[in-house]
Structures are given as structure tokens and as C-alpha cells.
Write a protein that binds this ligand. Structure first.
Ligand SMILES: O=C(O)c1cc(=O)[nH]c(=O)n1[C@@H]1O[C@H](COP(=O)(O)O)[C@@H](O)[C@H]1O
Length: 233
């Protein structure tokens, strides 16, 4: 059984991306293409990720603009049939709704507060914190605007679940196996903690892609999640 993990394929070139995708694909449900690859290669990178891999495609463009522009952008990429497309919740209610209406076949995921930000950073940019409250505010607004998925850190998952119910997909980056380098992530937890908190899909990049063998790293995390779910059953 594949694990509910979206591997962030943040690779510098399409050859590396294709190699990482095919090595992790047997172990995970999803691969995520973000700005680094999409801005360089556009739709070609999506085709290359799909290739022979039977994985869902998560397109992480974090759209954030006026509603008409976001609607146009969402319409442009909807024809690529990504299973998930991200927008920034901070773009506001009308912008989120515009994306949802423009891409009805795609699950629009609203990014609440980036997992790289902690409370001091929120204060600096003038977003009323603490992070936990800002995430809740943005999540409620996003769901009211029609978003069916939310991106938050593992720290906010259990309270968001209580707030938005079982039908909204909760996606958490900021995931680090015990002992792994946090890098630029601020609000982090282990894969087991994120799933126990109620996350539906874990976004994991560098702990897998920067390992000597990305396929083995993905398999190890997937096995740890299976063990944790058997132990809690
Ligand atoms: O939307 C995202 O996927 C996202 C939102 C967020 O708040 N934090 C965050 O790290 N991400 C993405 O998740 C991935 C995390 O990668 P690693 O830090 O390497 O595991 C990157 O591709 C980020 O762009």
C-alpha cells in the first residue's frame, strides 16, 4: 500500500525530476511539482512526471493575484488535470472562489500560513498571529469560499480538523523524520506525528530527494507510517 505522501520534486532540471519521481512512485501516492520546475519547463514537466508513474499529480503554484487573473491561471493549468492546485489563502475570499470555479475538476488547496514562518515573522509582515489563530482564520475563510483542501503545518492539523470537519483534505508540509535537518522550515513535526494529528497528505521534499537513495528514503518513511498505523489500530 502506498503512503499518503506527496514528494516535493523540487529539482533543478527535468532529468533529475524524472529520476526522483520514478524512484519514489512505488511508495507514495503523489508527486508535487512546484515553481522551480514549472517555471522552467511548464506542461512538459507534468507529462514527464506522469510518464509510467501511477501517482497523483499535485501542482503547487501558490497562485496569489486579483480574482480574474487567478481564474485565468487556474483555467490555464486545469487542462493538465492536476489532482491538487495551490492558491494562497491570503489572496482572499473572491480570489479563492475564482480559482474553485475556474478549475472544477481540480481540488483547490488554500495555503494558510507558510510552514517556514513563525510568530515573529507574522508580526513583521503585519499578519495578526499567533500562527495558530492566523491559520484558523484563513482556513475558515477558504472553506467558505469553496476550497476543498487546506495546507497548514502539522501543529495546526488537529484543531483545523475539528473546525472544518472530515471532508476537507488537510495537507501538511513541514514534515521531518526524527533527527532530519529542519532547513528553512519553522513549524515541523515527524511524519508519524502529522498523521496521528489527522493529516491526510504529508508533503515531504528534501528528507527524501536529498537522500543518497530517494526511493529507499521514501520506502523507509512509508514503512514507519504503516507501523504507526498498525500500532494505533
Ligand atoms: O504549498 C506547499 O506545498 C508548501 C506550503 C508551506 O506552507 N510550506 C511548504 O514547505 N510547502 C512546500 O512543501 C515543500 C517542502 O519541502 P521540504 O522542506 O524539502 O520537505 C516545498 O516544495 C514547499 O514549497
Amino acid at each position: 500500500m502506498v503512503a499518503p505522501i506527496a514528494v516535493a520534486i523540487d529539482a533543478p532540471d527535468i532529468e533529475t525530476a524524472a529520476r526522483w519521481a520514478s524512484s519514489v512512485a512505488p511508495h507514495v501516492s503523489t508527486v508535487k511539482v512546484g515553481l522551480e520546475l514549472y517555471l522552467r519547463y511548464g506542461p512538459d514537466v507534468i507529462a514527464s512526471m506522469r510518464g509510467a508513474n501511477k501517482v497523483a499529480l499535485f501542482l503547487d503554484l501558490k497562485l496569489h493575484d486579483i480574482p480574474a487573473t487567478v481564474a485565468g491561471a487556474a483555467r490555464s493549468v486545469a487542462r493538465l488535470r492536476p489532482s491538487i492546485l495551490t492558491v494562497h489563502a491570503a489572496g482572499g475570499r473572491d480570489m479563492i472562489r475564482a480559482a474553485v470555479e475556474a478549475a472544477p475538476e481540480t481540488r483547490i488547496a488554500a495555503v494558510t500560513v507558510l510552514t517556514s514562518l513563525e510568530d515573529a515573522a507574522l508580526e513583521e509582515i503585519g499578519l495578526r498571529g499567533p500562527a495558530h489563530d492566523a491559520v484558523r482564520r484563513l482556513a475558515v475563510l477558504s472553506v467558505e469560499a469553496g476550497a476543498r483542501a487546506l495546507v497548514c503545518s502539522p501543529h495546526e492539523v488537529s484543531s483545523l480538523r475539528a473546525e472544518v470537519g472530515p471532508d476537507i483534505t488537510l495537507i501538511t508540509p513541514g514534515v521531518r523524520p526524527a533527527g532530519a535537518d529542519k532547513g528553512d522550515q519553522a513549524r515541523v513535526a515527524t511524519p508519524e506525528e502529522a498523521i496521528a494529528a489527522g493529516a491526510d497528505l504529508l508533503v515531504i521534499g528534501r528528507p527524501i530527494t536529498r537522500a543518497a537513495d530517494p526511493g529507499a528514503a521514501a520506502a523507509t518513511i512509508a514503512a514507519a507510517l504503516r507501523r504507526a498505523s498498525t500500532a494505533s489500530a
